[in-house]
Design a protein around this ligand. Sequence first.
Ligand code: ZN
Length: 290
Amino acid sequence: METRWLYTTSESFPTLVKESKEVCLLPIGCVEKHGLHLPLGTDVFEASEISYKATQLETACVFPDFTFGDVPGGPSMPAGSISVPVEMEMALLETLCEQIARNGFKKILICNGHGGNTQWLNTFLRNLMNKKRDYVCAVYGMNSSKSPYFIADILNGQGRGSVPYLTAEDEDYILDFCAQKKEVGHACLGETACVMGLHPETVHLDRLGIESGLSTHEADYLKDAGIQIMNSGWDVNFCNAFHGHDPIGCNERIGKAAVHVQSHRLAKAIRVMKNDENLLRWHANFQKGW
Ligand SMILES: [Zn+2]
């Protein structure tokens, strides 16, 4: 059925609420550089489109994209990035959640495609406990960067041929990548695969090899001494907004396989949310007396 909020009519909306068992997904990304080979909207594409595909496997509503996640501002930021104050993001997200709940969805699953949102989203969840509410929020990490490892786990557990779209050569490529414990993190093989599976025309593999995706280790001495700086020094160590071994050899079949695996992974989480009876109970218990 049609699960996207914006594509639903007011008349059919109550049916969507019922079929979703009051679960609504809220995809959140950001607009930032992803190496030289991936588009600025990578995290939005992953969060939004994998959310939609997952709800075609397990019905739940998909709210319009929250595009502008947390990205540092300042003149040194790469061209095209968008930075919005976190306070504004928090206020907007809270208002949107209130509107989602007012429309009947009492379980909101924030589907996060951007690692830089993780910290403030946890603070957001904590802040929600400070006011009386009749709904709960939870965060689901898309973890697109880990896609090759998720695929390898399935191939190792269920055997070759268990992930659609892949040829024997593709399987070799992924299993070999993971056996060598190659790095993934940002604009890496996992994210490159997901974007190739969704919008192959936006991926520029010919731009690989120009900027490195490996750590400079410049800020490691602080971490080693137990000193935490912003993002644990990620922005210093991975100054090209790229973390991972070059995804040379990635192709559209691997892309479709990654999107398939990620959609099924999220569909499983939606099922857990739909069947869950504890979150709202715990929330009500916590808010007793209000
Ligand atoms: Zn990303």
